[in-house]
Structures are given as C-alpha cells and as structure tokens.
Design a protein around this ligand. Structure first.
Ligand SMILES: [Zn+2]
Length: 405
C-alpha cells in the first residue's frame, strides 16, 4: 500500500442509462439510473448495519468498553438512529436506545467527557434525542440532567474532537432535535466568547484573525483545527466583528492553501499529502460550503469546488471510513450537491459510494485496502460506509455525521 489512494479511473460524469455495456462492474453501476443504485445501496447499508451491530454489540454480549462515537459503540447507536430516521423501523430505535444505555454506564469514567464525537457529551445528547423520539419523558430528563453535569474544565482545548467546539456541537444537536433553547444561548454564548478570545490571543495579531493550538501544533483541519472550529462557530450566534474574524480566518486559509487546492494539515506544514476529513481538503471543503451559505461571497464556493477537485482526483483513499477514508470524502460531493443542485456532484458522490460497494470488500480481503484500526466503527470503519449508503438514498437529507447539520 505504497500510495495513500487509488488512482481514480472513473469517468468524470456518466449519463444514466439502462443499456450500458461495460467490462467493469463498477462502470456498469455508475450508469444505472439513480433509483436502482439507491436500491442496491440500501440493501448493502442494511447488511452492513447488521454486521456492525453483530460485531460491536451482540458479539460483545451487549457490553461496552469503548463508549465513544468515533471508535466505539456510540457510533453503532448513531448509525441505528440514522437508519431509524430513514426507515421508521421501531426496532432500530429500541436497539439504539439499549446501546446508548450501555454507553451511558461505560462513559461515566471517560477521561475526556466534553465532546459529541469522543466524549460523554455525545452519549447524553444522543440518549436525550432517542428518549424524545421514544416519547420517554423520564429518560429524556435523565439524559438532559446528565448532560448538564458535564462541565468544561479549565484549559480545555478548542477543537472539535476533544474541545469546546465539540461540546458546542453537542448543544446544537440537542437544540435541533429537542427544541431551540434546550441548551440556552446565554449558556453557549459564554463558550463562544472563550473560543473567540483564545483564537485572537493565539493569532497574536498575525495575518490570520483566529488561530488555535492543539498539542503544540496549529492545526487547520476539521478534527483538531481551524476548519472544525470555524464550522461550529458559523452555527452559533456571533457579533458582527466575530463573524468578520471567522470570515477572515477562512480567507487566510484559502489564500495560503496549496496551489492544487488542497490544504496543509497545520500552519507552516509544507506537506501536500493528506486528503482526509480530519486533515486536508475534504474537511475544509465542508466548512467552505457552509461559509458559502453564511457569507454572500463567491470566493468560498469557488474554493470548495477546487477542494472537491482534489478529493475527486486524490480522495479514493485506501481506507473505508469517514475520518480518513473514501466514505468521508464522498460527503464533500453530497454537500456541494445540496448547495448547488448540480448533477455532477451527485454523480461523484454516487461514484465514490459505488467504488466502495463494488470494490471495498475484495480490496480489503486482498490486503490492498485497510479495513480500519476499528473496522466496524463509525469514523474509521464499516459503520461510516453504512452511514454514507443510507445518506445516498436521500441525498438532500444527507449530513456528514456529527459535523454537518
Ligand atoms: Zn482521520
């Protein structure tokens, strides 16, 4: 596995037709009419979800060691909840509820508590939303009280996976699914101010208005850096000058990206290598599409389109997951499709999905693709692939899990 990605030999666009004759099963899939592709993806998503449940829940005799969304059982619960929203199958909701309950016990002792993706906040937030869907007021109250008990410790970082931005995302998730004001804006506003204050302090009046450090590095990507923090800030209520700083930060990133449209993983990095959601163009692209929605400035959409070109040519990674794999990269095209309505982006999302559908398993078996360090997890493994396939059934309702609203 010398290269990080497979060369993309898929046509940049294929008209849908019933009569394409091609040697390649992948190329035949690409030309299928969308409803037929969706049918296949749904079947695969159901099979994959069953495997994920078997491997992460049933096979562990319903005991949870890792309660996080990223690599652990909460990812399975999140996938089941996504499946329930699509199929309205009550057994998915009930199973989801059981998994979250086990995650609740297992997450009490988590060292890092505060974020949706890697902490107990995600357990309590998803637990509350599932309780609401199940019309269980007592359980809803329990999870909301548990969420309120999670406090941001002094010196907590600002990034998405372990920091303030990840905590705010959990608050947004509660407000979206349970009702505006579930977590009052007076409470979240103080956290937003802290993020802005720290960003201005680290920027030290440099050319980028906001800057942050995580483990001594000034990261740019979605997981630990600017893209993730700006993404969450754009969903919060900001003062005009705070909004200007967010805009200025994104402009700085665009002006200092690599000439091919990719983004360094951190300030001063000269390595144009990673094309992941966590580091590089894919995560930044999702933030830029969001910026295009928030700011009437064509620069953001243009840069998102450039980033998507990088993802198309270098994004067929030799991994399946959403954090640093093909599934996550497909969401760039879904996001651009939702914003622009252009068929070429839906085609490209379909192409990445069909690549996975047709080739992931044989490539993993042949040792040419990595199944993930946690092969059934939402962020690194098959769970993410199943989530993508479910999202492909209704692209207008697709959302990168625990990132896009
Ligand atoms: Zn990653």
């Amino acid at each position: 596995m010398a290269d990080r990605f497979f060369p993309n030999d898929m046509p940049s666009f294929v008209e849908e037709t019933e009569t394409t004759v091609s040697e390649s099963s992948l190329h035949r899939l690409l030309s299928l009419p969308f409803p037929k592709t969706a049918e296949r993806l749904l079947r695969a998503a159901v099979d994959l979800s069953e495997t994920v449940v078997k491997e992460t829940w049933v096979g562990h005799r319903s005991r949870v060691k890792d309660p996080t969304l990223y690599t652990g059982a909460l990812g399975t619960a999140f996938l089941l909840f996504r499946k329930f929203l699509l199929t309205n199958n009550r057994s998915d909701l009930d199973l989801c509820r059981d998994v979250v309950k086990a995650c609740d016990s297992a997450s009490q002792g988590l060292r890092r508590q505060v974020t949706f993706i890697c902490g107990r906040a995600g357990v309590c937030a998803l637990g509350a939303v599932v309780a609401k869907q199940s019309a269980d007021e007592k359980l809803l109250d329990y999870y909301l009280r548990s969420f309120e008990e999670i406090k941001l410790p002094a010196g907590v970082p600002n990034e998405l996976l372990y920091g303030r931005a990840g905590y705010l995302w959990a608050c947004l998730f509660l407000n979206k699914h349970i009702g505006e004001g579930t977590i009052p804006s007076t409470y979240t506003a103080a956290i937003v101010k802290e993020i802005i204050r720290e960003g201005r302090r680290f920027s030290n009046k440099g050319s980028c208005p906001l800057m942050y450090e995580w483990h001594g590095k000034k990261y740019w990507g979605a997981a630990h850096g600017l893209a993730g923090i700006m993404h969450v800030l754009m969903d919060m209520k900001l003062e005009p000058e705070e909004l200007e700083d967010v805009k200025g930060t994104l402009r700085y990133m665009i002006e200092n990206r690599f000439p091919n449209g990719n983004y360094p993983s951190s300030e001063d990095s000269k390595t144009n290598r990673l094309v992941h959601w966590c580091h590089g163009a894919p995560g930044v692209a999702l933030t830029l599409v969001k910026a295009a929605e928030v700011f009437p400035d064509e620069q953001f959409l243009g840069a998102a389109v450039d980033a998507a070109e990088v993802v198309w040519s270098r994004g067929l990674l030799k991994r399946v997951g959403i954090c640093h794999g093909v599934s996550g990269n497909a969401y760039v095209f879904l996001s651009l499709y939702r914003f622009t309505g252009k068929a070429e982006y839906l085609y490209r999302a379909k192409a990445f999905s069909c690549f996975l559908l047709d080739r992931a398993q044989p490539l993993i078996t042949a040792g040419q693709m990595h199944g993930g360090d946690h092969p059934f997890s939402l962020f690194e493994g098959m769970g993410g692939m199943a989530h993508l396939f479910l999202d492909m059934i209704n692209p207008a309702g697709s959302r990168f899990p625990a990132y896009e609203f």
